[in-house]
Structures are given as structure tokens and as C-alpha cells.
Design a protein around this ligand. Structure first.
Ligand code: CA
Length: 224
């Protein structure tokens, strides 16, 4: 997810940048409203984090200019002023959501992800038998029941489902989880047994099949 952070206060900007970059976001920063607007118009960002009080161009004016240029990029506004009036003005100018300083970074991240999802078209759905997976929103269901999966479990399930009914080798599954840095097969098996418990144990038809010494596959029939 590409984020444009428009914030003039260096310490706040550095905090947000460090936290979000560490969480895997791709960050850009502008320290005043004028350069922020220019970057917002030129760049291709998924969400803009916008401080309300900025030099050169105020956050609300920036937001208004952005919308006047037909840019629909979701805007999360940061404000020190927590009055209802400011919130309403921000929304009228085209802000999509808003957090009050001082804020918890966890909350900023949650709002960003929500705005990102809202800004996207309904995601693709992957399907196998009664299993449905929405990768964008990280939702997995079987027979209409939401599955509770770990982060790793979801990643493995998505990887297997995209390749179903083909077998996915251990090395490819490890790569999906840990990238090139590897991980070990024993830990991989543990993740898959946790996934199996959530995915298959409550249901009569078991989808996750072990191909001994080779890998795993998802299929709704066959000799796994
Ligand atoms: Ca400011």
C-alpha cells in the first residue's frame, strides 16, 4: 500500500513513517501543503495521511483542491482539534476519515487499511467447493461460516487455493511465508496443521491434502 504522508512536524512525521514502513507500507512524505498537493496530484497513492495545520497550504484547502481535480484518493486527516465542527468541515472538504492527535499508531494503521479496502473495488473471490476466500479483505469462509485463521494460515491457504488442485511444494509454501529467507519444514508443517484444524476439522469434506515428502494441495476430492 502506497502512502503519502503530508505533515510538517518532523517528529510526528518520523514516528508515522517509521511505524508504517516497518509494517510494510511504501511511504512518501511532504513537509508542507503546497508540495503535498503537487505530490498527491502527480503520484499514485492508495491513501493520503493529511495534517490539518500545514504551512503554505492548509490541509482543508489541500483536500478541497484534490477533490476539485477529481482525485478520489482516500484521505485520513490528522488533527489536534477534536471538536465536532472540525470533523464536519474536514468531511465536507473531502476527507474520508480522521484521527485526533495524540493518536495510537495502531489506530492509524487500522483506519488506513479500512480506507484502502473502501477505496478498492470489491475484491476477487477465490472459491473451491464451499470454501470462499477474499484475499483483499483477508476473509475466509466455509459453508458461509467465517474461518478464524492466523496470518500465516491465511497466506498458506491463499497460496494453495490459487494453485488448486495442483500440489504446492514445501519450498514454495515456505517462500510464501518467509520469502527467500527460508524458514524450516518442521515449522511449515506446524502452520499447516493449525490451518487444517481451522479449515477442515469442523467440516465433513476435508480440502487440505498432504502429499508426503513433497507438499500440500487443496482439492475437494481425490486421493490425497
Ligand atoms: Ca501541523
Amino acid at each position: 500500500m502506497r502512502i503519502l504522508l503530508i505533515e510538517d512536524q518532523r517528529d510526528i512525521a518520523a514516528n508515522i513513517w517509521d511505524y508504517l514502513e516497518h509494517r510494510g507500507f511504501v511511504m512518501d512524505h511532504a513537509g508542507d501543503g503546497a508540495s503535498g498537493l503537487r505530490m498527491a496530484l502527480d503520484g499514485d497513492y492508495d491513501v493520503i495521511i493529511l495534517d490539518l495545520g500545514l504551512p503554505k497550504l492548509d490541509g482543508l484547502d489541500l483536500c478541497r483542491a484534490l477533490r476539485a481535480a477529481d482525485r478520489e484518493t482516500p484521505v485520513l486527516m490528522l488533527t489536534a482539534r477534536d471538536t465536532l465542527d472540525d470533523k464536519l468541515v474536514g468531511f465536507a472538504e473531502g476527507a474520508d476519515d480522521y484521527v485526533v492527535k495524540p493518536f495510537a499508531m495502531k489506530e492509524v494503521e487500522a483506519r488506513l487499511r479500512a480506507l484502502y479496502r473502501r477505496g478498492k473495488q470489491p475484491g476477487e473471490t477465490l472459491q473451491l467447493a464451499d470454501l470462499r476466500l477474499d484475499p483483499l479483505n483477508r476473509i475466509a469462509e466455509r459453508a458461509g461460516r467465517r474461518l478464524t485463521l492466523t496470518h500465516s494460515g491465511f497466506t498458506l491457504l491463499e497460496t494453495l487455493l490459487r494453485r488448486s488442485p495442483n500440489v504446492v511444494r514445501h519450498a514454495e509454501l515456505a517462500n510464501a511465508l518467509w520469502g527467500e529467507s527460508g524458514g524450516d519444514v518442521a515449522t511449515l508443517h506446524t502452520h499447516l496443521s493449525v490451518l487444517r484444524a481451522a479449515l477442515d476439522r469442523p467440516f465433513p469434506v476435508h480440502l487440505l491434502q498432504t502429499v508426503h515428502g513433497f507438499g500440500y494441495r487443496l482439492a475437494d476430492s481425490g486421493d490425497g
